[in-house]
Design a protein around this ligand. Structure first.
Ligand code: NAD
Ligand code: IPM
Ligand code: MN
Length: 342
């Protein structure tokens, strides 16, 4: 039976993961879950972010379900870098998969876009780019301070994520891949991405391709998101574009993601796109759908496509059945979904 490590984390992370687990236990009875106390509370209590022994324990699981990390009581970056990014990097989760669909029943903030018309997936590179932490501060805190932040891009890293994107497009009806970068300014990294894209594209002659600069892509995600099928891009561009994609498809409360190691050499991690939302934490109003849909991605990854489809369908139906303007609690949504998949 599948062994899942649960890192609920901070803020609404704990609230939404509780609902995701309710649903998971119904569709995968007997699933073994182990809770890991990681995040702000542990850090504030012990000073520990991710002890090596815990990292090794996590490695022994089939997958990780993560809620969110980050808390106003902890300096920015401590948990985000030390816990979340450390897991993505150490477990070589280079495919950061972020699907966005406009569900029936959801009102897009975009006029004239009908449910079903947006169905895209962003394949965001997960282990390189500006996220590697290269750079530093000279003369910190002085008037002469200089800060650098370097983007690391390797042919190996870029090629494998682009190939993954083409592979995914080949299995989707529209068979299209858009490369997003900023080759007109970031000529070093952009050149590597563009050359690699063109090389991999030659292996997939029946896949339609296009290139867009990231600023234009940000615009088109709002003005014409229907044009996208699979979008492949670097770590930071992918972070930003997937919040936009979430906003135009019903909101961040519905946006799921998987941090995937396709070779299965290490556990993959499934997590909502959203964060710990300190502004609503503890109020019981966070939408658990993103966490539940991330659990569906986890089920798919572990070889349970039918259970995954059932969970995804249940979320779609629940969203469609909501009364616009009336609030529904995190728990109530979780209960509805658990009942629906039973
Ligand atoms: P956020 O995603 O936590 O919140 C942005 C806005 O979206 C807030 O107004 C919040 O209330 C709302 N929101 C988010 N999830 C929601 C949900 N499920 N239902 C309803 N509303 C929801 O982003 P932020 O405010 O920029 O970051 C807060 C903290 O979370 C920071 O510490 C940040 O570093 C961290 N963070 C963590 C992750 C992660 O663990 N994967 C992702 C993003 C941000
Ligand atoms: C996300 C988050 C993370 C990221 C942060 C918290 C490190 O914003 O998962 O989208 O930038 O990848
Ligand atoms: Mn983000």
């Amino acid at each position: 039976m599948a062994k899942i490590a649960v890192v609920a984390g901070d803020g609404i992370g704990t609230e939404v993961v509780a609902q995701a687990l309710k649903v998971l236990r119904v569709v995968l009875p007997g699933v073994e879950t182990t809770d890991y106390d990681l995040g702000a509370a542990r850090y504030n209590r012990t000073g520990e972010v991710l002890p090596d022994s815990v990292l090794e324990e996590l490695r022994g699981h089939d997958a990780i379900l993560l809620g969110a990390v980050g808390d106003p009581s902890v300096p920015p970056g401590v948990l985000e870098r030390g816990l979340l990014l450390k897991l993505r990097f150490d477990f070589d989760q280079y495919v950061n998969l972020r699907p966005s669909r406009l569900w029936p029943g959801t009102t897009s903030p975009l006029a004239g876009v009908k449910p079903g018309e947006i169905d895209l997936v962003v394949v965001r590179e997960g282990t390189e780019g500006l996220y590697v932490g290269a750079g530093g501060n000279l003369h910190p805190g002085t008037a002469a301070e200089v800060a650098t932040e370097e983007s690391l891009n390797t042919r190996h890293g870029v090629e494998r994520v682009i190939r993954d994107a083409f592979g995914r497009a080949a299995k989707r009806p529209r068979r299209k891949v858009t490369l997003v970068h900023k080759t007109n300014v970031l000529t070093h990294a952009g050149g590597l991405w563009a050359r690699t894209f063109n090389a991999v594209k030659a292996e997939f002659p029946d896949i339609e391709t296009e290139y867009q600069h990231v600023d234009a892509a940000a615009m088109f995600l709002v003005s014409n998101p229907q044009r996208y099928d699979v979008v492949v891009t670097d770590n930071l561009f992918g972070d930003i574009l997937t919040d936009i994609a979430a906003a135009v498809t019903g909101g961040i409360g519905l946006a799921a993601s998987g941090s995937i190691n396709p070779e299965r050499a290490h556990p993959s991690m499934f997590e909502p796109v959203h964060g710990s939302a300190p502004d609503i934490a503890g109020k019981g109003v966070a939408d658990p759908s993103a966490a539940v849909l991330s659990t569906a991605l986890l089920l798919d990854h572990l070889g349970h496509p039918e259970a995954a489809a059932k969970v995804t369908e249940a979320v779609g139906n629940e969203v469609a059945a909501r009364t616009p303007g009336s609030a529904i609690s995190t728990e109530a949504i979780g209960d509805r979904l658990a009942t629906a998949v039973a």
